[in-house]
Design a protein around this ligand. Structure first.
Ligand code: URA
Length: 262
């Protein structure tokens, strides 16, 4: 058999992606740690014996890194923003995810819910909060009269972190321009921050969701400002049902404020 050609980086990533998807379908969770940001990645070792033609050829022009902030800024509608996120290759999470997960619900809704990031079910369906935690979130919102027609749901990263780990701060920063533009374009009256990750990403507070839940803050992006309420993540409530009473109190506060805002 002739020796197989060496695998390229793209080929290796495609193979890894297929493998992770297959494992996940079999119920096996795979924990792949976050990749270092591009600037910290080791340069590929130099080839020592380049053919003469290659040695004298001019170096191939480097593909410029995409400017996520410029891409996000140039989107003037939510549809255009979704297309911009689809074409953004700067976040490593995209490489192992099956689908980009943008949003579900009504973009004109007064309430925007922002969670941590897609899980396995969301990755498969391309929609946020459709797994067990999502069903829990839907029940919580329904209890205060909110469904898909008057709620808009998204996350702080658009691709599933492998093995359902938390998104790294680099991954959150790479998605941030799109998340902020998303809020600026949707212009919600209120923002519900589901869990500590989106709370830290959007309020810059890392004192823990237990300390900060139920306290109103303000999210300000691109001239749009909206009151924001951090609550326990529905996945946490599934694990710790004894905390549901606190989440219920927070939801009642949210409903009251929404009513005041009309
Ligand atoms: N958890 C999240 O934070 N977001 C989802 O979309 C699903 C689960």
């Amino acid at each position: 058999m002739p020796p197989s050609p060496p695998m390229t980086e793209a080929g290796a990533l495609a193979a890894l992606k297929g493998l992770v998807g297959w494992w996940s379908d079999s119920g096996i969770e795979v924990d792949i740690p976050p990749a270092p940001p591009p600037a910290l990645r080791k340069a590929a070792p130099e080839r020592r014996t380049a053919p003469a033609a290659a040695r004298s050829a001019p170096a191939a022009p480097e593909v410029p890194a995409q400017d996520g902030r410029a891409m996000a800024r140039s989107a003037t509608s939510i549809v255009a923003l979704k297309a911009a996120v689809e074409s953004f290759d700067g976040c490593e999470l995209k490489r192992t995810a099956r689908n980009m997960v943008f949003a579900r619900g009504n973009p004109d809704a007064p309430l925007m819910v922002i969670g941590e990031g897609p899980g396995q079910d969301e990755d498969r369906e391309g929609l946020p909060f459709v797994g067990k935690a999502g069903q829990m979130l839907d029940r919580m919102l329904a209890a205060i009269g909110h469904g898909e027609d008057n709620t808009y749901i998204t996350n702080v990263v658009f691709w599933r972190p492998p093995g359902n780990r938390k998104p790294s701060s680099d991954e959150i920063e790479l998605c941030r321009p799109f998340v902020e533009r998303h809020i600026a374009l949707a212009r919600p009256k209120l923002i519900l921050l589901a869990g500590g990750v989106s709370t830290e990403a959007l309020l810059g507070r890392n004192d823990g969701i237990t300390a900060i839940r139920g306290q109103w803050s303000e999210v300000r992006v691109e001239g749009h400002s909206a009151p924001a309420l951090p609550i326990f993540h529905p996945a946490f409530l599934l694990r710790r049902p004894q905390e549901k009473a606190k989440a219920w109190a927070d939801l009642l506060m949210l409903a009251e404020r929404l009513e005041e805002l009309g």
